[in-house]
Design a protein around this ligand. Structure first.
Ligand code: NOJ
Length: 557
């Protein structure tokens, strides 16, 4: 029988980075494509399979590039189109794919389309944006995404005496996706970057892509699902194995619809970032209650077709906690970010993980091992692998977007004109939080993450969507079995600083003799389960173990 290889996005680790803050190739203080290209050996060594580039286009830079002024070009600080193509080509040669951010909910207010749209009600670009005489009353859709900065999603423009829609900042007017001309232009943009070598896109703000204006100028909700299916079919027609990875911060039921579950064919997004699971994971860690995480994974709908959830611990935004109840959110704030200046818009934390874990390397390692042990494609944010912290003096969400730390010292080689790097964890070990210091240290976080990537790709047990939680009789320990194509790995994670004895029963069918359990994370450590499958495994404070279950002779039934 010929084994089918899983589609590439199911067994690749994704790595999100901003070219501007990653690596400076020409010494001008900004990261750039030549600098990033030089780092491909490192990313390959780490085990990255796909790089997700945050927006790299010309922009007004009022939302770190998510306010684009030209979709067909490269921000000149980052290099040229030629540098971009050279980078994508080299990435491919390293076995690494590249996807880009697709920001189509809005443009910058300085984009020529919007400048033309503002010129008059009869401008040919007027209907490219959403203009109304009076904002609709009430609290329903559309909502203001950054209410502390822009409380209303409507902005009055006295030039033409109308209001335009901006669900995000006032300088990011929403495109009118109900307009076929806008859709056709977006297809040209998408086709352009696919032709230059991208393997797909991370669809920014996917659930927000829904309001347009009808003929009379009234707002009308256009069907976001039909639109995403249209976009996916265009992408696939140009490049059959390109993907759409969506930012869908919604509860599972709603988020799953973006994977095309309604039609059952998986014809919308290829992958969906798992925001509900991420939030439940932080709640479970804060309360040291693994059941919260287990329950959320068990209620997560299985993606149809070749669809996939993408899980993450932190991303480039605030650690958003808006799917939790107020009590739950406060529990996470209290445990991981109690100070006011650590919070963002009342709904999240502008911290990276090491600060939340108070710099405890054991706990940080446990969280990443947990992430890699769960069924989903893992997405890392640059610098997570070395435990980079944040700069709370930087404005808003920029706190977590400090330059990548390659070497010891005050800055990095990238973007010295970006916010200075003063991650909290570096106060204790200022020189340790960089690639150079950790690369050859077997106990470093970098070595740990590299090991997790290698094992999670190497062991087929991690390849499927299955997840089998096991009883442990230890309240703060999570035990689960990953099973795929006849291979079994028992994963154990201690959420507490108190050691635990996890008593588990593996239902593998009666075996002839004891079952060998070999710890993949701690070479040399091994356990034995009884022929019945019963085993007791000791876990130190915040320890994790991935125990590979030996194949054994089974009793004939
Ligand atoms: C989501 C992005 O992750 C965020 O950084 C950005 O501000 C908004 N979308 C608007 O594009």
């Amino acid at each position: 029988m010929v084994m089918q290889r899983p589609p590439w996005w199911k067994n690749s680790v994704f790595y999100c980075l901003n070219v501007k803050t990653f690596s400076d190739g020409n010494g001008d203080g900004w990261g750039d494509f030549p600098g990033l290209t030089q780092r491909l050996d490192y990313l390959k060594w780490l085990g990255v399979g796909c790089i997700w580039l945050m927006p790299f286009h010309p922009s007004e830079d009022r939302d770190d590039g998510y306010d684009i002024t030209d979709y067909y070009a490269v921000d000149e600080r980052l290099g040229t189109l030629g540098d971009f193509v050279a980078f994508v080509h080299e990435a491919r040669a390293h076995g690494i794919r590249v996807i880009g951010d697709l920001v189509i909910n809005h443009t910058s207010a300085r984009h020529p389309w919007f400048l033309r749209s503002r010129e008059g009600r009869d401008s040919p670009y007027r209907s490219w944006y959403v203009w109304v005489d009076e904002p609709p009353p009430g609290d329903g859709e559309p909502i203001a995404v950054f209410p502390h900065d822009d409380p209303s999603p409507w902005r009055y423009d006295d030039r033409t005496d109308q209001y335009y829609l901006h669900q995000f900042y006032r300088h990011q007017p929403d495109l009118n996706l109900a307009n076929p001309e806008v859709r056709a232009e977006i297809e040209r943009v998408v086709g352009f970057w696919l032709q230059l070598g991208l393997s797909g896109f991370r669809v920014d703000a996917a659930p927000h892509l829904m309001l347009g204006t009808g003929r009379g100028g009234q707002t009308s909700a256009c069907d976001v699902h039909a639109y995403i299916a249209e976009l996916r079919s265009f992408v696939t027609s140009r490049c059959p194995d390109a993907i759409l990875l969506g930012e869908v911060n919604r509860p599972y039921k709603e988020a799953a619809r973006f994977l095309g579950r309604q039609s059952g064919t998986g014809d919308e997004l290829t992958m969906c970032l798992d925001f509900e699971g991420m939030q439940q994971m932080h709640l479970a860690l804060a309360r040291r209650d693994p059941r919260l995480l287990t329950e959320s994974i068990l209620r997560r709908p299985v993606p149809p077709g070749t669809g996939r959830w993408a899980s993450f611990v932190r991303n480039h935004d605030e650690l958003v906690l808006d799917l939790l109840s107020e009590d739950e959110r406060n529990a996470v704030f209290q445990a991981f970010g109690p100070d006011e200046n650590m919070k963002y818009q009342g709904r999240g934390l502008r911290l990276r993980l090491p600060t939340m874990m108070r710099g405890d390397l054991r706990r940080i390692k446990m969280v990443y091992s947990l992430l890699f042990s769960l069924p989903a494609t893992v997405v890392l944010l640059y610098g997570e692998e070395i435990g980079m912290g944040e700069d709370l003096e930087a404005r808003g969400r920029l706190s977590v977007r400090c330059p990548m730390r390659w070497e010891p010292g005050s800055g990095s080689d990238a973007a010295s004109s970006a916010p200075p790097v003063k991650p909290v964890t570096q106060e204790r070990d200022p020189d340790g939080v960089c690639v150079q210091a950790q690369r050859d240290d077997p106990d470093s976080l970098l070595s740990w993450i590299r090991l997790l990537i290698r094992l999670s790709r190497e062991y087929t047990a991690f390849g499927g969507d299955d997840f089998l939680p096991l009883e442990t009789a230890a309240a703060h320990a999570l035990a689960h079995l990953r099973q795929h194509e006849g291979q079994n790995v028992l994963c154990l994670h201690n959420f507490s600083k108190e050691p635990a004895e996890a008593a588990v029963r593996l239902e593998l069918g009666e075996r002839e003799g004891p079952i060998e359990l070999t710890d993949l994370l701690h070479p040399g450590d091994s356990y034995q389960a009884e022929p019945s499958g019963d085993a007791v495994v000791r876990l130190d404070a915040y320890q994790s173990r991935w125990l590979s279950v030996a194949e054994g002779e089974r009793h004939l039934q």
